[in-house]
Every structure is written in structure tokens, then in C-alpha cells.
Design a protein around this ligand. Structure first.
Ligand code: F6P
Length: 322
């Protein structure tokens, strides 16, 4: 191994820069060259490369977003798109690749490595935390901390006006962000795809809360691919229980901002270990951390297997929101 390439792909996540920085410093310390591929797979197809030295990653550990920029490339999912990418990689002499992203990124990695002999290592970087093979992904901790701050603020105004708030968080069809925010934000109710709740049940539970003396409530809602989902639920609930209701969509705010210490450390650990994984001859695996230990999972398992929500946290949420 002499020269490795690194890119970020899919949704950006706080902590990606700490990860890039660690990969660059580890590679340089080990005597390797490292090339940054800008704008994810789009940049790989176009040969948008930048040499990485220590100065490029200086003063970046605290920055949100990704200094390499990112994209969601449909062209890379075609053989023709990947052929262009392989041409650029070969011309540049890149003999190992690190991909930071989510399931879509790893699918692209598997397709690419099946068509050339460049080893590929994945790093789970997404605020959604929905990747099998790791307890935590880069960006999740920052996203939930951001959402919690927002929920605390919503609670102030909900309480002052005696209102019911539906706070929608991101998560890409999974409830990891929502469940964690519900517990940490003391939400009254939680709506997640893994444990769907009937509107009538939700109304009953809210009415019970109000009859026990609560004057305001927060329902944390995991986003879905149905536009206006939280607004629809809020409207239905308001029609049934006639309580003053508002909707607050947190959206992309959760993806930006300075990473938490946890995400900086996790990103740094993953970045360093990915370089060492390439050096040791690994290929087609995703670096993760399970029960505090670094591990490596074959890429296809990360989308073939579904990471479940933590059962103890589900129970805890139910217990505390009663
Ligand atoms: O995967 C991260 C994520 O923020 C999801 O939570 C969300 O569904 C999606 O990306 C939004 O993607 P985009 O920024 O492309 O709209």
C-alpha cells in the first residue's frame, strides 16, 4: 500500500472532519500518501482530487460538515459511472480507498471493489445511527444533542402556552434519533416506525396525561418519507382532542454545527483504524465499535441486517413517559 484515497458520501455528519484528519495523520505517520476525493462519488467520477497533507486538516477537528464536501450520486450506481471512477483511481495510482458514509456509500463501495482490485474500507458516518455493525455512527451524538437543545426550548414555550407540540426529528425511516431524544428530552409520547402507534391510542394517552394534570406535552416524531406527516398527525389529534397543537420540524439543523467530543473521538478512532485496516490487507469491511471494542463487519451485512433499537431504551422510554 502506497497511496490511499478518502471521500465522504451521502448526508454529511458532524465528526467527519475529525475522521478525515485522523486518517490523514495516520497515513502520513505510516509513510503513505493520501488523496482527498472531493464531493463524494461525484468527485470520484470526475477525478476531483486534492493532495492531503497535515496543513489541509489543521484546525478542522471542531468543524461540522465535511471539508471534502459530499454528494448523493446516482451515476455511481451505474457501471459506466464506476468505470470512469476506476480510470481516475488507476491514473492517480490510488491502491486503497476509505469511504465515509452510510449504507448507500457502502453499496457503492462493494460494487466498485467487485470491478477493480482496489481494497475498500467503510466508516459509518451518518446522524441516523442506523448502520448494522456498530453501536454508534459518526454524527449521531451531535445530532441528538442538537435536537435536545431544541426540544428543551420548545418545552419552555409549550409550558407557557399550555400547548401540545409535535417535534419532528430526522432519522431516515428509523427511530434512533427520536428514541434517544424522547428519553433525554422527557417527551410525553414517541412516534417511530419500529413501534407504530394508532392515532386513537395516541389521543387516549395524551388525554390521560392531561387528566393527570399535565398542561403541555411534547410528542417526538421520527421523520418519514411522507411529506407533511407531522402536520397530518397534529391536525388529526387536534380534531379529536381539541388541544392547542403546534408542529416544529427540526430538519437539517440537526446535521450541522460543531461535533460533540464523543463524535470527534469516534471519528478520530474510525479514521485511524480504517487506514491501519487497509495496511493490514483488509478489504470490503466497515469499521465499527460494539460494546466499546473496535470491530470490522463485511460491507453487505451493513444493509442486509437491520440494527434494532436498544430494547432497554425502548422500555425505559415507556416507563419514564408514563
Ligand atoms: O441520512 C441522513 C439524513 O439527514 C436523514 O436523516 C434524512 O432523511 C436525509 O439525510 C435527508 O437527506 P437530504 O439532505 O439529501 O435531504
Amino acid at each position: 500500500m502506497r497511496k490511499i484515497g478518502i471521500l465522504t458520501s451521502g448526508g454529511d455528519a458532524p465528526g467527519m472532519n475529525a475522521c478525515i484528519r485522523a486518517a490523514v495523520r495516520t497515513a502520513l505517520t505510516d509513510g503513505l500518501e493520501i488523496i482527498g476525493i472531493r464531493r463524494g462519488f461525484t468527485g470520484l467520477i470526475e477525478g476531483d482530487f486534492i493532495g492531503m497533507d497535515r496543513s489541509v486538516v489543521r484546525n478542522t477537528v471542531h468543524l461540522g460538515g465535511t471539508i471534502l464536501e459530499t454528494s448523493r450520486s446516482s451515476e455511481f450506481m451505474t457501471t459506466e459511472g464506476r468505470r470512469k471512477a476506476i480510470d481516475h483511481l488507476t491514473r492517480e495510482g490510488i491502491d486503497g480507498l476509505i469511504l465515509i458514509g452510510g449504507n448507500g456509500t457502502f453499496r457503492g463501495g462493494v460494487a466498485l471493489s467487485g470491478e477493480c482490485d482496489i481494497p475498500v474500507i467503510g466508516i459509518p458516518g451518518t446522524i441516523d445511527n442506523d448502520i448494522y455493525g456498530t453501536d454508534y455512527t459518526i454524527g449521531f451524538d451531535s445530532a441528538i444533542n442538537c435536537a435536545i437543545q431544541a426540544i428543551d426550548r420548545v418545552r419552555d414555550t409549550a409550558q407557557s402556552h399550555e400547548r401540545l407540540f409535535f417535534v419532528e426529528v430526522m432519522g431516515h425511516e428509523t427511530g434512533f434519533i427520536a428514541l434517544n431524544c424522547s428519553i433525554a428530552g422527557g417527551a410525553e409520547e414517541l412516534l417511530i416506525p419500529e413501534d407504530p402507534m394508532d392515532i386513537d391510542d395516541l389521543c387516549k394517552r395524551l388525554q390521560n396525561s392531561f387528566s393527570r394534570g399535565k398542561k403541555s406535552a411534547i410528542v417526538v416524531v421520527a421523520e418519514t418519507d411522507r411529506p407533511g406527516w407531522s402536520f397530518r398527525i397534529a391536525k388529526e389529534v387536534q380534531e379529536k382532542i381539541a388541544y392547542d397543537s403546534k408542529v416544529c420540524i427540526l430538519g437539517h439543523i440537526q446535521r450541522g454545527g460543531s461535533p460533540t467530543a464523543r463524535d470527534r473521538i469516534l471519528g478520530s478512532l474510525f479514521g485511524a483504524r480504517a487506514v491501519r485496516a487497509l495496511e493490514s490487507g483488509m478489504n470490503g469491511v466497515v469499521v465499527g465499535v460494539i460494546h466499546g471494542l473496535v470491530c470490522y463487519t463485511p460491507m453487505p451485512e451493513t444493509w442486509e441486517k437491520k440494527k434494532p433499537l436498544h430494547a432497554d431504551l425502548m422500555d425505559l422510554n415507556l416507563l419514564l413517559s408514563e
